[in-house]
Every structure is written in structure tokens, then in C-alpha cells.
Design a protein around this ligand. Structure first.
Ligand SMILES: *Cc1c(COP(=O)(O)O)cnc(C)c1O
Length: 416
């Protein structure tokens, strides 16, 4: 019997149920992925036992000789993978990483310009309920009517508002982001440029999406989205900002780093350097485009009409149901998606018009263009017959069949 099952059968059983949920449904939430067994092993390691406040070879606790090597290895690999000057691998997650950047570059009350959340930006880019709008003055840019970033409009807002920092990057934007244009806008007013590539890091690392490293002063990313690593984050920056960034993370905001996550991050970077990961990243985009074509063929409305990356935004208005019904119906058939606002959404954040879906997890399972057509057809049928239990049962069976053909974690078990 596993240690967990014998010590705590209650948690073991719940984890087993979650494992079976992940195995028997397709995950279409674009910010999620399925890490390798190797990453899981590093994440579940004894790194968690150690306190290591400080940075490699500059710690406030003894016994860190080996942890220093683990953190240095993660940093060396991250630098190689992204081609950046400096890396801080300690932020606990994406939001704290962004908070550290604000703390490093701005004084409270100074102005920041970020993408508006209802148009695809992240909470931490200056949305009203978040620290980034409460402790700083926040100005937000929308997309154009067509759903694309409108760089002329962003330049106009920047000139009018004179923010000290501009954040680009998104959480629900299906197209390529032009980091060079953002650099030009930032330079025109002498602002810092921060690129948050949380969603697209795996695509950037593989050259499937252009890199912001040559253009941005600071680049933040999570590790657990397209990069396919543990929940965590890192900050990359130019050498001249390294000290400010490091001091903001520790001792500015955090205590000890999560060394088990750092170990898993190092393994993630090694995996991401392999040729097979480049193929994976390219396949993510091919799959998203194949799914987009199938959905368009079934008269779905896609924001911007398609995708360049790993995600799609569907406006369900013409299908006669709101996003939350779409989310619930697809959940019933074994497809996990999330309801999402679309640009200029007449509905609310709690009850938006659209759903957001992506291909990183399905691509990790090995599904390709052919299977995306099946998934697209299942989505179309389930949505069209959302009140027909017979049809939904058939759809559920199609998804179960796909899950059996592309299994995950075949040797893993928590309750035995
Ligand atoms: C996911 C995301 C984050 C936040 O990451 P958490 O780990 O959830 O805190 C930050 N920025 C963007 C653009 C994201 O998509």
C-alpha cells in the first residue's frame, strides 16, 4: 500500500478521484497542462524540507550547498532556453511574480498601463479589484472592434496617460503579440516595458511565438501553462535590473523559495530544450487551428476569426446560450472549458457570452489534427443539442474513447 493510502486514505481517495477525472476527460482550459512523471517526482521531492532564504551562495540558512546547485542549474537552463541575461526562479506563482515587478519598478501611486481583463488581460495587469489597481494608478487598453490589439490606440492612450510601466501579454488573446511595437510605444514615452508570457511561454521557448526577450525590460512567466512545468513562476530581466528584481522578490515580498518546485522547474527546462518539445509546441498551434477550422465549419463565432496560438475564444451568442451553459454542457460530455468574456461583451464577468478553450493538454496526450476534428464535432453536437440527454451520452462516449486511445499516468495510483 502507498504511504499516503495507509496514513490518510481520505486524501488518497480524493486524489485518486481527481486522477481518474483527469484521465477520463479532455482538458481544454488553455492555462492547464499535464506534467511528465519526471516533473511530478521532482515536485514531490525532499526539496520541500529545506529553508533557503536568499539566493545561491548567499543564504540566511546553513545546509544549502546542494540546494544552491539545484537553483543554479534551474537558472542556467532557463537562461539557455529563453536567451535572457538574468533569471529569478523564486516567485511562488505568476501573480506574485508580477507583484514583485511592480514592487521593483514603481512607487505606490505611480501609473501602469495594461490590457483590460474583459478584453483578455490578467487581473494583475491593473484590474480594479486587484492590488495592481489599488496601490497603483491603473489605465487599461481594450482590443479593437475586431478583437485584435490596436497598437495605434495603445500608443495614443500611452501618450495621453504617460504611464511609468506598460504591461503586455494576455490570458485570453488568440493572436500573436507584437512585442517590438510595444517597445516602440514604451520608448516613445520613456516607460518600462514588461511582457507577461504566462500563457505562451512554451510557444516562445520553442520559437513558435516571437520572443519578447530582445524588447522587454522585464519578462514574467508562469511555469505551469504551455511550458508544462510545476505551478510556479519566474522573472527574466536585463542585467541592469537584476538587483532590483531580486530584492523585490526576496526580502521584498517572499520568504524561503519552494525548492521542490525549483527542482521540478529545472527538469521542465531540460524537457523543453529537447527537439520533441519544439514539435510539441508546434503541434499545439496546429491543433488549435484544426479545432478552429472544424468549429468555423459548424458556424461558431471565433473572436478574431481564428487563432495563431494555443487558444480559441468562442462567442456563443449565435448559438442561443450563454458561456456558463456552454461550460456546463461541455463538462457533461467530458470536455473541460471555462466561460469567458469576449471583447465588448454585453453580458457580465459572472455570466459572459463566451467560452475559452485551448489545446496544450490535449496535445500533451498525443491528440493531433485528426482528433481535433472529432473534438470540434463533439463540441458542435453537444452545444446544438444541449438539452438532449441521449445525444450528450453519445458525445460523452466519444470523448471517453479518445481518452482511452490517448491515456495519461498509466502507472500512477494513490489509493493502492
Ligand atoms: C495565469 C496568468 C498569471 C497568473 O498566474 P498564477 O500562477 O495563477 O498566479 C499571470 N499573468 C497571466 C497573463 C496569466 O495568464
Amino acid at each position: 500500500m502507498s504511504y499516503l493510502a495507509s496514513t490518510d486514505p481520505e486524501v488518497a481517495n480524493l486524489l485518486q478521484q481527481e486522477l481518474e477525472r483527469q484521465q477520463s476527460g479532455l482538458e481544454l482550459i488553455p492555462s492547464e497542462n499535464i506534467v511528465s512523471e519526471a516533473v511530478l517526482e521532482a515536485l514531490g521531492s525532499i526539496g520541500t524540507n529545506k529553508y533557503s532564504e536568499g539566493y545561491p551562495c548567499k543564504r540566511y540558512y546553513g545546509g544549502n550547498a546542494i540546494i544552491d546547485k539545484i537553483e543554479s542549474l534551474a537558472i542556467t537552463r532557463a537562461k539557455q532556453l529563453f536567451g535572457c541575461d538574468h533569471v529569478n526562479i523564486q516567485p511562488y506563482s505568476g501573480s506574485p511574480a508580477n507583484q514583485a515587478v511592480y514592487f521593483a519598478l514603481l512607487n505606490p501611486g505611480e501609473k501602469v498601463l495594461g490590457m483590460s481583463l474583459p478584453f483578455g488581460g490578467h487581473l494583475t495587469h491593473g484590474w480594479k479589484v486587484n492590488f495592481s489597481a489599488k496601490y497603483y494608478v491603473s489605465v487599461q487598453y481594450p482590443t479593437g472592434k475586431d478583437g485584435y490589439l490596436d497598437y495605434d490606440d495603445i500608443a495614443r492612450i500611452a501618450k495621453e496617460e504617460q504611464p511609468k510601466m506598460i504591461i503586455c501579454g494576455a490570458t485570453a488573446y488568440p493572436r500573436v503579440i507584437d512585442f517590438q511595437k510595444f517597445r516602440e510605444i514604451a520608448d516613445s514615452i520613456g516607460a518600462y516595458l514588461v511582457a507577461d508570457i504566462a500563457h505562451i511561454a512554451g510557444l516562445v521557448a520553442s520559437g513558435v511565438h516571437p520572443s519578447p526577450i530582445p524588447f522587454a525590460d522585464v519578462v514574467t512567466t508562469t511555469l505551469h501553462k504551455t511550458l508544462r512545468g510545476p505551478r510556479g513562476a519566474m522573472i527574466m530581466c536585463k542585467a541592469e535590473l537584476a538587483e532590483k528584481i531580486d530584492k523585490a522578490v526576496f526580502p521584498g515580498l517572499q520568504g524561503g523559495p519552494h525548492n521542490h518546485v525549483t527542482a521540478a522547474a529545472a527538469t521542465t527546462f531540460l524537457e523543453a530544450m529537447q527537439p520533441s518539445f519544439k514539435e510539441y509546441a508546434a503541434q499545439i498551434v496546429k491543433n488549435a487551428q484544426s479545432l478552429a477550422l472544424e468549429l468555423l465549419a459548424h458556424d461558431f463565432t471565433l473572436v478574431t476569426g481564428g487563432t495563431d496560438n494555443h487558444l480559441l475564444l468562442i462567442d456563443l451568442t449565435n448559438k442561443g446560450i450563454p458561456g456558463k451553459v456552454g461550460e456546463a454542457v461541455l463538462d457533461e460530455v467530458g470536455l473541460t472549458v471555462n466561460k469567458n468574456m469576449v471583447p465588448f461583451d454585453p453580458r457580465s464577468a459572472f455570466d459572459p457570452s463566451g467560452i475559452r478553450l485551448g489545446t496544450p493538454s490535449m496535445t500533451t496526450r498525443g491528440l493531433k489534427e485528426e482528433e481535433m476534428k472529432i473534438v470540434g464535432q463533439v463540441i458542435a453536437r453537444a452545444i446544438a443539442h444541449h438539452d438532449n440527454d441521449e445525444v450528450k451520452k453519445e458525445c460523452r462516449q466519444h470523448i471517453l474513447d479518445l481518452c482511452k486511445r490517448f491515456p495519461i499516468y498509466t502507472t500512477l495510483s494513490y489509493n493502492k
